[in-house]
Design a protein around this ligand. Structure first.
Ligand code: ADP
Ligand code: MG
Length: 250
């Protein structure tokens, strides 16, 4: 689905991503691991259109998507989750989900006046979809909770839920388990697996928890110093001497 070719992203003289090449196969849950500062998040940001690359290409389904802005990638079904924006903290969980599609009618006075019926139908549809997402993620009890009151793990689930409001094909998750308790981490892992199996989502997941990676991801790609060091099953990766050395070296 995704092919990254000799990608570079430099910050001044510093090569955060330094000639990374990799593929993400359709239908996989691909893990991306590596020591801190390896360039994982920068790579995600370039793929997701948040940062322009210094050089190199990103191909999605055979089409060059290098440097496309996030909203265009969004319409192609490529999403990167972000931490919940501040302004949404005072809205409920359901309202947060309903905000995502972003292309509702009703932005102008004219629309509001002439298309009231249509807007109401669209809202009802969004509400239905939001409730379905909350049900899927087993957090229906949080429907009316203010997003700002959620725990770290619940926020991660909400982030994942937002990808379900559009028809995502591939979702990039950056440290989805960071600061999340074991129980919720299990719920998040379940949701990722079910989205993969039941909805055909492809995932690329950055995560430090090797237990989580081992259970969820195949293949696993290892990055170090801006480059891809190895790719293979979690079991193979953990025995790879170059990989062990890269971790020990930091
Ligand atoms: P990882 O996610 O693997 O821990 P990052 O991609 O966040 O690594 O960062 C890789 C390197 O690039 C780090 O050394 C970081 O300090 C540097 N870096 C990341 N973003 C910037 C930036 N906006 N400006 C300067 N340096 C950056
Ligand atoms: Mg990072």
């Amino acid at each position: 689905m995704i092919k990254v070719e000799d990608l570079h992203r430099h910050f001044g003289g510093f090569r955060a991503v330094d000639g990374a090449s990799l593929t993400i196969e359709t239908g996989s849950i691909t893990g991306l691991i590596g020591p801190n500062g390896a360039g994982k998040s920068t790579l995600f940001n370039v793929i997701a259109g948040v940062l322009p690359p210094t050089s190199g290409r990103v191909i999605m389904d055979g089409q060059d998507i290098t440097g496309l802005p996030p909203h265009q990638l969004f319409h192609k079904g490529l999403l990167r989750t972000f931490q919940l924006a501040h302004e949404f903290a005072s809205m409920t969980v359901r309202e947060n989900l309903m905000m995502v599609p972003g292309q509702q009618t009703g932005e102008t006075i004219w629309n509001t006046w002439f298309q009231r019926g249509r807007i109401e139908r669209e809202e009802a549809e969004l509400r239905r979809k939001a409730d379905e997402v909350l049900d899927f993620l087993t957090i229906s009890h949080l429907t009316h909770e203010k997003a700002g009151n959620l725990s770290g793990g619940q926020k991660k689930l909400l982030e994942l839920g937002r990808t379900m409001m559009v028809d995502a094909k591939i979702v990039f998750l950056d440290e989805v388990g960071a600061g999340v308790n074991r129980t919720l981490l299990g719920t998040i892992a379940d949701a990722i697996l079910r989205l993969n199996r039941e909805r055909g989502y492809t995932f690329c997941v950055i995560e430090h928890d090797m237990d989580f990676i081992g259970k969820l991801c195949d293949p696993v790609i290892v990055m170090a110093e801006g480059k891809v060091l190895a790719k293979g099953s979690a079991a193979d990766i953990m025995q790879n001497e170059e990989v062990i050395e890269a971790y020990l070296g930091t």
